[in-house]
Design a protein around this ligand. Structure first.
Ligand SMILES: [Zn+2]
Length: 250
């Protein structure tokens, strides 16, 4: 049976069985098989792969395997200049939009806080998530690699971190979102846009201390929730600033 040799780099190793990590190994294949098929059979979602080199040349996911190929598989590079190589996806996205899997509710709220459009449902189901991702051009965020492998998804992002703030950092750095923040413009509850609203129009809906101390208000165009720059705002502002620092320090 024909064979190829493979090596996966950096965090792509997390998806492999322990015995195959960080080393070159041989793999047999049958018939006409694409490099995408082989990579996903090993458990690595194609959405996590940025560059594939076969015998030193960059190829796309549809490349048909040939006997004796030497295959190197790379995730997104943060610092190296690899522009001459063929990237599997166009980055950075100009207007990234997201849809988050059911276990990423808190991450969705954080993305909305930064102004990003992020759909989230408690019970959408895998097929609906995949369909909405494809139909609406949304990056599917999930910790379920089976979802990224199984469906015909073009824009997906496996989230390695388990803590929501770390998850947000991971996405910001991987998708280079730091110049695209537009904080406090989107409702954290329902994902709709916020608009400024005159105080006199909502005065009756405000708790007394808020009415006394604040004059600037925003309201969600969809769910009607009212926002102002109270103590919660200052906490969130500090949180956003803490996100920006590690990125700009590089
Ligand atoms: Zn809302």
């Amino acid at each position: 049976m024909p064979q190829v040799s493979l090596r996966f780099y950096e965090e792509l190793n997390d998806f492999l069985p322990g015995s195959l990590r960080k080393r070159t190994f041989e793999k047999e294949f049958t018939g006409t098989q694409s490099v995408k098929h082989l990579i996903e059979n090993l458990g690595v979602p194609h959405t996590e792969v940025e560059i594939i080199l076969v015998n030193g040349q960059s190829v796309d996911l549809s490349y048909p395997l040939q006997e004796g190929d030497r295959i190197s598989v790379y995730p997104m590079f943060e610092l190296l200049d690899i522009s001459p190589l063929l990237h599997l996806r166009i980055k950075p996205m100009r207007d990234p939009r997201f849809i988050a899997d059911a276990h990423l509710g808190k991450l969705s709220r954080y993305l909305r806080l930064l102004g990003f459009d992020c759909l989230f449902f408690n019970d959408a189901g895998d097929s609906n998530l995949a369909r909405l991702s494809v139909e609406q051009g949304r990056v599917l965020l999930t910790r379920d690699r089976g979802l990224l492998i199984r469906r015909n998804i073009t824009h997906g992002c496996f989230i390695h971190a388990t803590e929501p703030r770390q998850q947000l950092m991971e996405i910001v750095q991987r998708l280079q979102l730091e110049d695209m923040y537009n904080p406090f413009t989107r409702c954290m509850e329902c994902n709709s846009q916020l608009t400024t609203v005159e105080k006199k129009r909502i005065e009756d809906e405000l708790p007394d201390p808020v009415r006394q101390h604040y004059n600037d208000f925003w309201r969600c165009s969809e769910c009607g929730r009212i926002y102002w720059k109270g103590s919660h705002y200052r906490e969130l502002r500090a949180f956003i600033d803490s996100l920006i620092l590690p990125v700009t320090k590089q």
